[in-house]
Write a protein that binds this ligand. Sequence first.
Ligand SMILES: Nc1ncnc2c1ncn2[C@@H]1O[C@H](COP(=O)(O)OS(=O)(=O)O)[C@@H](OP(=O)(O)O)[C@H]1O
Length: 356
Amino acid sequence: RCSTTSPSPVQSSSERPAVALFEDFRSLRTKKLMYEWSRGSEMRGHGGADGRPAGLPEDERQVVELPEEPLILPPPDVAASRKVSPRFAGKLSPLGEGSKKLPQALIIGVKKGGTRALLEFLRVHPDIRAVGAEPHFFDRDYGNGLEWYRDLMPKTLEGQITMEKTPSYFVTREAPARISAMSRDTKLIVVVRDPVTRAISDYTQTLSKKPDIPSFESLTFKNRTTGLIDTSWSAIQIGIYAKHLDNWLQYFPMDQILFVSGERLISDPAGELGRVQDFLGLKRIITDKHFYFNQTKGFPCLKKAEGSSKPHCLGKTKGRTHPNIDPEVVQRLRDFYRPFNMKFYQMTGQFFGWND
Ligand SMILES: Nc1ncnc2c1ncn2[C@@H]1O[C@H](COP(=O)(O)OS(=O)(=O)O)[C@@H](OP(=O)(O)O)[C@H]1O
């Protein structure tokens, strides 16, 4: 169901039960710790340089997505053409069948949450076809139009779901309205991870590309003496999940958004994939038997990647060693995120166990 008209926001989040829970939450003593934001406030680029350590690259002052390294896998069309959904087996020739469709489901975030792992695992499913690279259509290239976007998609057969992942969508103010304008029925998946570990992972990625950036500790604070956290730093801001989610709830009902635990995606990939397949209305084809734990990598890997008979782990940019961060700074960040995490648990009705 595509529309070209402007989407109207769905029921205001102030009418939602989740927010009623939040109201209860507001009465808690932790209320004082809440970082206030106003609906409609700009999420990007909170001013930039004020109080920030010198030498910070410009792109780190905003919510920016650093392009990730492409995964070395067969091109999606070739790979998928070897595998046709059992439903279509015998009915269709393998090459060139189907047509390009706009995605019916998107992995919208979060950056460093485990989005690549989720997409690679989902691609094993014969009823899912996905773009390998991040299209960044709804944040960077929206001006190119929906036909341009559709053309990036792999061909699908009837009954197959087209997907893509671009983790920066979750923190892009305009993304919910734009996605809703494409189709109000789009299913949204968000992989969330402990915001403190996520921030360190984000920093680790930047550090690997720009070894001269200031320390994580100095970037964390506006003023180290007062302990004021710099929420304009994208590594910090992205982890305020409740704030970003509030923006999505202006356009999509909660039951159209699935939250995947980044931690459980590592400890129990088949369990999380079961939930995702249910959400997408697909048969539970991806199960325990598709995974093995690779001791060297320290992560679950696929016994067989899509379009291949060989075991497959994610690339070396996934599962990097993080630098040691001053435990006091980590604790300060845990304290900072606690009320936001609580609000997020209440909004989603899910407990992610991030605060000890
Ligand atoms: N199976 C498996 N293999 C390797 N890595 C895994 C896996 N499952 C989840 N993860 C975690 O995914 C983290 C990277 O997240 P993303 O893919 O969302 O990053 S990105 O935003 O696309 O750059 C990555 O973060 P770092 O550990 O900080 O590198 C991993 O912890």
